[in-house]
Design a protein around this ligand. Structure first.
Ligand code: CA
Length: 660
């Protein structure tokens, strides 16, 4: 699956280079460092450093008083140590000193870089800083605990960009565009409705999935007064928060403390946090921090010696090589242990190898048994790794407790993300019924499904419902409301609102892990811009005034979330439950999918549940299974207690009935 934002980036970052034959040695021969002290080890008495640079002939440490500019205070030689590493140390308490390394390789001095393991950096991440992490903790950090969370399928994820959340004037938030803007409470839109943190609580989602919040390259942190925007899929320092989201990007400590403050506040308010991580490539290629210390090692090469580019961003990392695998694992553990992060979303996970992903899953679950892991089961181009080793959607069954996004349900609901005019089930396209059923059963095995009719996958790719992320839109491509406008240009707004609500109804009633894109609950638009990765705030910012304008949609989505949380029948934990307790109605009406759930067998207070989706433009009358049905929702509205004409489904609508 091509990810178009990266195609756009390619021209910027693509820089082929040919390594010399001396560098094209078998990387399997490079030593593997087995210790756990790469980078800085700090104490008030001593700061010790260990750098992995097995091909270097000489390595130097340069110390500075500032994070940018000026000359080095001093330059120290590192000593060659075991397993390809180099070490040195400074006595005394050196907190606040900035530093870089440079390696001499093949008789040439490489560029000065912070070590890839740096946990604290100065402005724009060009130099690392000696830090006492204890001193970065906000008050009460030791008592910080993640909210209770039982099963992966209980998750209702909300994908949010830090800047988008608060930068619009209507947010009522003081610290706009900053991590701590999301710690403010009692913030209101001009119409008096809750925004930011209070809105997230009111909506009822379980996890906030933040777009990249590690230190990325594209925004100039030295110019906070200049409006700048980027999604952040261009990693620079993997183990440091992004500086432009901090109130001060220069001092090193502020970004750490403020990101921790955000996480602590989320936890106190019942919200878990997922980080979007991009280990599949680095923003810089030849000049990257990895490549300046160990040229060629961390990346896959093409047969002619150039950088392989399966990410369409100029390079692809080599997770199957021991020191890259170790880097990913230690980086992820660091975010869990130091920042109390509750989950990760792996960008272009298909670039990584299955073995690495399973080691990561095993190790992270040891630290945090209820951690949530999921990723994109695709790449953005051909990678230098055989397909049977890639963490792709089609290999999802071989991933241990790692979910993949279902592009089948995403595009089945609203039409292909690549064919802008294509409609989907919710916008009146017949023939998508089987794909919607595939979404309902979270891409698992179900005896009633005809898998030959599924949009992309022709077989169940998930063995368990928690292997599937159920969604219909994300930051990539058009948001749902724009997609409906583009693919249904002649449809009245009221119809498109119904389509939008039907689409979200399918997401929130289907099995698997639910995923919503921020603002969809009040019809967020990006003004038709598809690839908004560097678009201005006028396109990306969430306009909180829409909440009142589309309060009907908001109230409906909020009620569906509450229903999903109260009724385990929508959150089955095992594929066997799902194949025996979901019964699809035999209907041949195009654009209609309906099914019953045996709630009694699942311990649900609703003994029987019936869900009907009408994606067609006409009113449809269905035959309901026997019994006295109560209404929960009808015609895309919660209408509790209504009992008449429940078998008549309005165009583009969802109906949810139950028997107690
Ligand atoms: Ca940055």
């Amino acid at each position: 699956m091509i990810n178009w934002k990266r195609i756009t980036l390619t021209s910027t970052y693509l820089s082929w280079f040919f390594v010399t034959s001396a560098q094209r040695i078998d990387v399997a021969l490079y030593p593997v460092y087995t210790g756990n002290d790469l980078g800085l080890t700090y104490s008030p008495e001593r700061s010790s450093f260990r750098i992995y640079a097995p091909t270097a002939k000489q390595v130097q440490l340069l110390l500075y008083t500032e994070g940018s500019g000026g000359s080095p205070l001093t330059t120290l030689e590192l000593n060659k140590a075991e397993q390809g590493t180099w070490t040195t140390s400074l006595t005394g308490d050196r907190v606040g000193i900035f530093y870089t390394f440079r390696a001499n390789i093949d008789g040439k001095w490489m560029a000065e870089v912070p070590d890839p393991y740096a946990t604290c950096v100065g402005v724009n991440g060009k130099r690392a800083m000696i830090v006492n992490l204890e001193a970065t903790n906000p008050s009460g950090w030791k008592q910080d605990r993640s909210p209770a969370f039982a099963h992966a399928t209980d998750a209702i994820l909300y994908e949010l960009h830090v800047r988008d959340a608060s930068i619009h004037a209507s947010s009522g938030i003081q610290k706009k565009g900053k991590f701590i803007g999301l710690t403010e409470s009692k913030t209101k839109s001009p119409q008096g409705l809750s925004t930011g943190l209070d809105h997230l609580k009111e909506l009822g989602i379980t996890h906030v999935h933040l777009l990249p919040s590690y230190d990325y390259n594209s925004v100039d942190e030295s110019k906070p007064e200049v409006p700048q925007f980027n999604w952040g899929y261009d990693p620079l320092n993997y183990n440091v928060p992004e500086g432009s989201y901090a109130t001060n990007a220069k001092d090193g400590v502020t970004r750490i403390r403020e990101f921790k403050q955000l996480i602590k506040t989320f936890h106190e308010n019942g919200l878990r946090i997922v980080m979007d991580v991009v280990y599949n490539h680095t923003a810089l290629t030849q000049d990257s921090y990895f490549n300046q210390l160990v040229p060629g090692y961390y990346y896959r090469q093409t047969n002619d010696g150039g950088f392989s580019n399966g990410t369409a961003c100029g390079n692809e990392t080599a997770s199957e090589r021991q020191m890259m695998r170790k880097f990913m694992l230690e980086s992820l553990k660091y975010w869990v242990e130091e920042y109390h992060v509750d989950g990760f979303r792996f960008d272009l996970m298909g670039v990584h190898d299955i073995e690495t992903m399973n080691i990561i899953s095993e190790e992270l679950h040891k630290i945090k048994p209820d951690i949530l892991l999921y990723g994109e089961g695709w790449t953005a181009g051909p990678v230098q790794l055989s397909e049977d080793k890639q963490a792709l959607k089609k290999n999802a069954a071989r991933l241990t407790d790692i979910a993949v996004f279902s592009d089948d349900i995403r595009d089945g609901i609203k039409g292909s993300v690549f064919d802008h005019a294509e409609r989907g089930f919710a916008s009146g396209l017949a023939g998508m019924e089987e794909t919607i059923k595939f979404g309902v059963v979270a891409a698992c095995q179900h005896p009633q499904l005809d898998y030959t009719k599924i949009k992309y996958a022709k077989a169940p790719f998930a063995t368990q419902p928690h292997h599937t992320v159920t969604y219909c839109e994300c930051h990539d491509n058009h948001v749902l409301w724009d997609k409906l406008a583009i693919s249904m240009p002649d449809a009245p707004e009221e119809d498109r609102m119904n389509m939008h609500q039907l689409a979200l109804s399918i997401v929130l009633t289907s099995q698997g892990i639910s995923f919503l894109h921020a603002g969809t609950e009040f019809l967020r638009s990006k003004k038709g811009v598809e690839n908004s990765y560097n678009a201005p705030d006028s396109i990306n910012a969430i306009d909180w005034s829409l909440k009142e304008k589309n309060i009907k949609v908001f109230n409906y989505v909020k009620a569906l979330i509450k229903m999903r949380k109260e009724h385990p029948a929508f959150r089955m934990t095992d594929a066997k439950q799902l194949s025996t307790n979901i019964q699809f109605d035999k209907t041949s009406t195009p654009g209609v999918v309906s099914y019953g759930i045996n709630g009694a067998a699942l311990g649900d207070s609703w003994k029987k549940i019936w869900v009907g989706y009408n994606g067609s433009a006409g009113q449809q009358t269905v035959t309901l299974p026997a019994g006295n049905w109560q209404v929960f929702a009808k015609d895309n509205e919660v209408q509790k207690g209504k009992t008449k004409k429940v078998s008549v489904l309005k165009p583009y609508s969802c109906t949810i009935l139950y028997q107690q």
